[in-house]
Structure formats: C-alpha cells, structure tokens
Design a protein around this ligand. Sequence first.
Ligand code: NOJ
Length: 519
Amino acid sequence: MESSQWWREGIIYQIYPRSFKDSNGDGLGDLPGIIEKLDYLLSLGVDALWLSPFYPTPDKDFGYDVSDHCAVDPRFGTLADFDRLVAEAHRRGLRILLDMVMNHTSDQHPWFQEARSSRTSPKRDWYIWRDRPNNWQAAFGGRTWTYDPQTGQYYLHLFTPAQPDVNWRNPAVRQAQLDVFRFWLERGVDGFRLDVFNAYFKHPDLPDNPPQFGLRGFDRQRHIYDMDQPEMMPLLNELRALLDSYPERYAVGETYLATLDKVVSYCGPDKLHAAFSFDFTSAALFYPWNPAWILKKILARERIFEAAGVWPTTVLSNHDLPRAASRYCRGEDDSQARIALTLLLTLRGTPFLYYGEEIGLRDLPLKRHEILDPPGQKYWPIYKGRDGCRGPMQWDDSPQAGFSQAQPWLKVHPDYPRRNVAAQESDPASLLNFTRRLIALRREYPALRRGAFVPLSAPAGVLAYLRRTEAQTVFVALNFSRREVRAPLPEGEWQTLLPEGASPAGALGPQQILLACKV
Ligand code: NOJ
C-alpha cells in the first residue's frame, strides 16, 4: 500500500477511551489501557486509531465538552502517556487520529470563564453573545441560547448550555484554534476527526431559521443560518495547508446533517480528505435493512462521490448511534452482523470500525435511572440517549469483562461471559475471526481496496456486486434473507475466498456470504 494512500485504503478503528480498557482500576478506560491493547489492534489488521476525546472535561457531554484542548484529563492519563501511546502505536505501524472538538468548548474552559466575567472582557467576543435570542434550537433540546445573569446577555450553544460555541469569526480565536491543531501535530499525531466542523461558522446576522416539519424542536427548522456558511471553505483551505506541511496527515470531518452534495463540497485536495456521509446508519432505525434500500444508497453515493472525485467513508456504528449489531441482529445471533461487517469492509471507501464491532458488541440494556447522556435524560423514553453504544469493551469472562478491576462508569453488558475477545479468539468460527479474515482479504486483494463498485442483479433478499480493477475482479454476495437462494455468480471461473474451501457455484444458504475472485 502506498503510504500517501493510507487513509483511502486503510481501516480506521474508533476507540471511545473511557470504555476500552481501564489500567488503574477507577472504572474508566484510559490511555495506558489502550497501550496494553495495541497488539490486539495490530492483530485485527486495522491501520489507524481514532480516539474520542480524552482531554480535561467536566463530562457534561462525556468528553465532547473540553476544558483544555492541549492536555490529557488526569482520569485518562498524562501527556507522557499520550506520547508513549503515539510512540508505541507508530512502532507497530498504527496511526493515531485525534477527535478535535472545535465548534464549542466547555463552559469551564478558561476562555469562556474569562469571556463571561464581564461584557468588556478581552475574550468576550471569543463566544457569541446577544441581548435577545433568535429562534434557533439546540441539537440536544431547548433553545441555542442561555441567559448569563452576571452579564445580562445570552450566549449561543448548539449542544448543551455547558458547551458554548466559539466565535470562529474572531481572528484571535481562529489563531488559537489552529494552534491547537499545531500542538498535536507537533506531538506526532497522524490526523484528526473534526467534530461538527460544518457548524463552526454561523450567519453573522443570526437570522431566524425557517420552519419545516419535524418531531423535535431541532428538526422543526431548516438549519440554513446556524451551519454550512461560506466562510468554512477558506478555513478548510488553511487547515489543509497546515496538515500538508507535515507528511501524510489526514482529516475527516463529521458533517452535521449530512447530505451527499454537502459532504463532497467539503472534500478535495485543498479541503478535507474526507467527510462522513453516514449513508447506512439509518437502516433498521428509520428505513429497512434490506438489499434494495442499501443498493439505492450505495448507488447514490457512488454517483455523487465519483463525479466529485471524492473518496467515500463507510460507517455503520459510532458513539452516537445504536450499534449495528443491535440494529440488525435478532438477540445473540450474529448472522446479520456478519453481513454488516462484510458490507463495511468490501464497499468502496474507508471503513470505520467502532470498538467492539468486531466481536458483535451489543447496546447496553439500560433503565431510565442508568441513563447518563444529556439528550437521553431529556427525551426518555422517546429517545434513550447514547449510553447504550458506549458500554465497556468485553475482553474476557472475568468480573467486569476484563475491562476494569472496579465497577465501570457504565455497566458491562450481561452477555459478556459468552461474548468477549478471549472466547472469540479461540473459536475459529467467531465473529472476531471472521472480521480478521475479511480484513486480511482486503489487505490481500487490491480490488477490495481500490476497485470500482459494479452492482449485479440478484435474487430478492440478496445484495451482489463486484469490486474490480483492471487486473482483478472480486465478487461479493450477501444473502440477507432466511431462505436458500441461487448464488448469482457471473460467467467465468471463480475461486472462493469466503467461506474458505466452499464451492463457488450453486446455492447461497440463509444469511450466508460469498466472496470469490475471478481466476
Ligand atoms: C458530535 C459528537 O459525535 C457527539 O458525540 C457530541 O455530543 C456532539 N458532536 C457535540 O460535540
């Protein structure tokens, strides 16, 4: 793999640090815990690790409310631990990507503390203050405006009141924010995931957003003035120039309220390398998890990304969504999780694997009093929040699943005595070994990494496609249905890659997967 292409062809593994591995017995995962597990990550075959925030935080949004962007929260370790993590990861050929939360800070951040101290504070304009609110709604409920009694004005926050939005229009803020990127680049990180980057700029006049039909207040308006402002483009150019002044750095943006056209507009040689489009994450939530719907989504993104010359990303799970295995599987049966993983690892685009996805980790079953996530607390039971997908990683069948010596910050899923890394390591038929095999195939077959996507017609319930380069063709068929169907292999001679040793011709069993290479 050419190294300048690593972010196109490699696999990125997302770690939610507080739930990955606790090394010091306080019930929270930490950076030394991640170091302990680097060999496991290497054995999976992933290329880069994206770390959700580990910066100092009052935890009003579990790390996405940052009170110091250039430090490590003592609960997660020290800067020395971070440097050791980078060195140990690099020694194994693994890259490290950081989560940059630059749309807002914590209200405990010294910048905001200073800004709210008086109307004449030199940092007052580092945030967005108004005498009267407009009609904007916050993503986590209620208005985007909170009244600050001490100075008699309202400040803007797209998320919780504990997360005031910074004023990117102020040149000093812009400078300070870019310095944060520089700080981590100098420490050797390989790139960034940008939290809600397309909301950095708001319309300077803060006009009311026009109404639209929707369920929650936030959905009942068109977000045309609170995000996606034209000033974003020159900033992305500047950020890209900064990244390009270091070798092989990468940035992927979390596009808020992503549409395909919007996503590609933010990517390119002088903008972001990639931005999330979340094409499949609403399957089984709002849309059916079936081949027809998925193919429609694939074709739409292929058309738009190809035309724009932008490389797609594929995400099925992350720290904001119910896990794919919980959305698509019945109980503990992993058949649909295998289909989901095959899709993730064989489509054209950079796969993002969320910790635990490789063992089919399920969402935690939580009662109302166990909910910690602010939007979950606010909207229960209509929306139960995101704690479910943030449960402790299940390493083995010892107490607390080998995650911690103490009671973890979120409880361990009750299926851990059977579903854990150690148990799956020793079972050749496990989801973990299936994932490893898929990743190994992706590494071995360039067509799976960079080949064109060619849809094939297939029996009902089956999604079939080729990944094709000039020199190689790989066939993929996913039988979503619980019936046996004919394998829709095109003419020619095929060698089966998965399941190993199976005959490529004939039938595709219920919920079975077939990968074959043309000989
Ligand atoms: C998007 C992040 O993915 C989410 O977890 C967070 O709550 C919001 N941005 C606010 O930072």
